[in-house]
Write a protein that binds this ligand. Sequence first.
Ligand code: GUN
Length: 296
Amino acid sequence: MASGNIIDGKAFAENLRARVADAVTSLKQEHGVTPGLAVVLVGEDPASQVYVRNKGKQTSACGMESFEHRLSVDTTQAALLELIAALNADDTVHGILVQLPLPDHIEEQAVIDAVDPEKDVDGFHVINTGRLATGAAAMVPCTPLGCLMMLEDRLGDLSGLEAVIVGRSNIVGKPMAALLMGANCTVTVAHSRTRDLPGVCRRADILVAAVGRPEMIRGDWIKPGATVIDVGINRIPAAEKGKMRLVGDVAFDEAAAVAGAITPVPGGVGPMTIAVLLRNTVIAACRQKGIAEPVI
Ligand code: GUN
């Protein structure tokens, strides 16, 4: 397949970060506001540590204020909720992200519920879920919003297209469905109990894979010319002994031979998530300060 059919998420994310940086410069110059993002990490999960480090670096690189709170793995839920209350009350903090997963003794939902919905740059609070579902101005979860941006960039108006989402998680599948319905697609949400999953996928003009099953979606499940967005990030053993490699939920080579456009793994959806988080922080800061939102 021509390389032009590969959607370069890394380049897209760089471009988005540059637009975020421009918006931050304007906010500072015209309104004296520096958007601030607080990221909270509990424990020492290695993947989470990498994410949090990258978030901090990219936040600063865009000209925003980055606040990192690293708490020990035995932090109590009460202590975490106390920190969130302090961040909610802090005028220099416009976005709050609590890195998931949390240690087992902390109830994730209680933590999500505690974040001020106006500062909920993850878009996980039920207020934002409800706003998104009803078409109101919400904070929108970063990964699905990044997918929508790439789809609209590639396809323009999505009206009337058949979209199939494989996976029904609160973080990706469900908000992706709301966004695609908002963009006038005909949306099907498929999952582990769906009958004839290959047949359902074959209907899709837009196929979003978010199941967390390595290379589950095969080339012959894809309608020729469809746009395929692979949200999966799965670590599997590599050909070289002892090494691991990253693959998506889609069998890339097979799918790329059929699809009109496809996101690779790595380098597709992954890089977009943090870039959208930065964008959400700018939007949150504008809303909190009563400043007209830039289009980014
Ligand atoms: N862990 C992995 N991805 C994410 C994310 O987008 N937000 C939060 N809060 N935790 C995560």
